[in-house]
Design a protein around this ligand. Structure first.
Ligand code: KG4
Ligand code: ZN
Length: 357
């Protein structure tokens, strides 16, 4: 088994991980969201500079935590794209420097492929998904449904025509004033539904297409926004000291709206995944990406797709370097191509699932 160092800097997380085979020895992630909140979204230049400042220390902590020396590393894997160009360059160049200094091979990784391979991380007894496998990658920037016929081979079945699923969570949370990132916030409000009924919001089935669309749903929430006005409860404080603010809106309406929005997204993602599994005769399914952290979605997919479902542990749903190390390791060992020394490769901010590494 090889010791693999993974490096991920595609957006606002500086992350470095060490795997021994499929076993995680360390994962250190520094998130820089707080630096961006004051601007109301991710600012690319701020992101690159934060990665520059953080990468050295994050790398050293990942080695310390794994209790290894740089010379123990057999392989280096780094995200090549998709993502923010300036951010990708910081991580990929750091990896290139290490590869030169240590005389160890460098393998480039498609970030979306990394999300999928997060399901391969585990101890020695861990059994990975079998092929053909339907993959649904749902993140802040992507919603892609593919069938993976073998390691590294994806056929695209459908993708979003407008907003990504995570982006829809973020935008709807902003419309409702629930904070950023929107996914975890909406999920927490939706969990307060109890005996109330969720608002019935539209679902974009797009006839028989496997594509997705979430912009109509977002507009429906925007239109219904006035129905949320008028306070009944300002703040709900939980036993652990955490709280939810109702922003001067009607508590019940906001909860019913969050639940209705989540149900609509979960229904569409589940139905299309189940249809894809049937259509291609898949024997397993992978749900991955930040939105895969959503408990309602995990439960619904598990219950309805009819084949074994693989979902990353929560720490591997959001952007992290362990998934990059895992994808790089598989790529290296299965010799998916013959030019694995990537000293002269450029980053590629617009890679898609199945479009290369
Ligand atoms: O994969 P990721 O960490 O970054 C990208 O590559 O985009 O995904 C981030 C996205 C955000 O849009 C966030 O709102 C969403 O994942 N997300 C969730 C949940 N946790 C994170 N969406 C729904 N439910 C959640 N629990
Ligand atoms: Zn991601």
């Amino acid at each position: 088994m090889a010791v693999v160092l993974g490096i991920e800097t595609s957006c606002d997380d500086t992350s470095v991980a060490v795997l021994d085979g499929t076993r995680q020895l360390s994962l250190i992630t520094q998130n820089h969201l707080h630096e961006h909140v004051k601007y109301g979204g991710i600012v690319p230049e701020v992101a690159s500079r934060q990665h520059m400042k953080a990468i050295g220390a994050v790398y050293r902590s990942a080695l310390d935590s794994a209790q290894i020396n740089p010379t123990d590393i057999d392989l280096i894997a780094a995200t090549r794209g998709p993502g923010l160009a300036g951010s990708l360059i910081v991580g990929f160049n750091f990896a290139r420097g290490l590869s030169t200094a240590l005389s160890k091979p460098l393998v480039s990784v498609n970030h979306l492929e990394g999300h999928v391979y997060a399901c391969w991380i585990g101890d020695n007894q861990h059994i990975p998904p079998s092929f053909p496998c339907v993959c649904l990658v749902v993140s802040g920037g992507h919603t892609e449904l593919t069938v993976m016929d073998d390691d590294g081979y994806h056929r695209l079945l459908g993708r979003t025509r407008d907003d990504a699923a995570g982006e829809a969570f973020d935008k709807v949370a902003r419309i409702m004033g629930l904070g950023f990132p929107g996914g975890p916030a909406i999920e927490r409000y939706a969990e307060l539904l109890g005996d109330m009924s969720a608002y019935n919001l539209p679902r974009a089935w797009l006839a028989d297409s496997m594509d997705f669309s979430f912009s109509g749903l977002k507009t429906a929430v925007y239109r219904a926004r006035n129905g949320l006005l008028g306070p009944t409860e300002e703040r709900r404080i939980f036993k652990d000291g955490s709280y939810l603010d109702f922003q001067g809106l009607k508590r019940d309406s906001i909860v019913r709206m969050a639940a209705g929005f989540q149900e609509s997204v979960v229904d569409v993602l589940t139905e299309k995944s189940a249809a894809a599994v049937k259509q291609v005769g898949a024997v397993s399914m992978v749900l991955a990406g930040g939105v895969a952290a959503n408990t309602a979605l995990r439960k619904s997919i598990k219950a309805k797709v009819g084949v074994p479902c693989f979902m990353p542990k929560m720490e591997h749903c959001m952007d992290n370097a362990a998934m990059i190390a895992m994808a790089g390791s598989i790529r290296w060992h299965s010799q998916m191509d013959h030019n694995l020394l990537y000293q002269d490769v450029d980053i590629n901010p617009s890679l898609e699932l199945g479009s290369g590494y």
